[in-house]
Design a protein around this ligand. Structure first.
Ligand code: RP5
Length: 163
């Protein structure tokens, strides 16, 4: 069976953050496969993954990394698939290094960069589902229903009090 979204990350230590992306994909019924693919430690594995991702049938790649986070950009350089980058919160600079490494791509190599940490990871999964939903009416409806339910919840809780 073809898996729709590849979720890759630079280290096992990124999984706690990146599993949020997988949770979002599961929530909307989108298939995913997660694995460690390091730009620095396993460059050949990264090359092989990026070069074969489209032929494997993936539609979107989510790539998370921390620190000198080259992984999303390197993968984007080698695949025609859309790449969503998640800056993982780093120990020394709280993820600002990850964010700038991922977001500051040169013109012509696109990485859609999300927020630092678990919110960014979840949103990467959500955004991937929304991208796939443009070609899948049932998926698009599940996302629209979820958004409507969230809005209803906010409205139901909107009255905070009166003095
Ligand atoms: C990056 O270095 C990884 O993406 C990770 O966020 C960071 C730290 O990796 P570990 O030292 O925890 O393996 O390549």
């Amino acid at each position: 069976m073809t898996v729709s979204v590849a979720v890759v990350m630079g280290s096992q230590s990124d999984w706690e953050t990146m599993k949020e992306a997988c949770d979002a994909l599961t929530q909307f019924g989108v298939s995913w496969k997660a694995e460690v693919v390091s730009a620095h430690r396993t460059p050949q594995r990264m090359y092989d993954f990026a070069k074969s991702a489209a032929d494997q049938g993936y539609k979107v790649i989510i790539a998370g990394a921390g620190g000198a986070a080259h992984l999303p950009g390197m993968i984007a350089a080698m695949t025609p698939l859309p790449v969503l980058g998640v800056p993982v919160q780093s120990r020394s600079l709280s993820g600002l290094d990850s964010l700038l490494s991922i977001v500051q791509m040169p013109k012509g190599v696109a990485v859609g960069t999300l927020a630092i940490g678990s919110a960014g990871a979840y949103n990467a999964g959500l955004l991937a589902a929304q991208m796939l939903g443009s070609d899948d009416p049932a998926l698009q409806k599940r996302i629209a229903d979820w958004k409507a339910a969230r809005a209803d919840q906010v409205l139901a809780d909107a009255e905070l009090g009166q003095g």
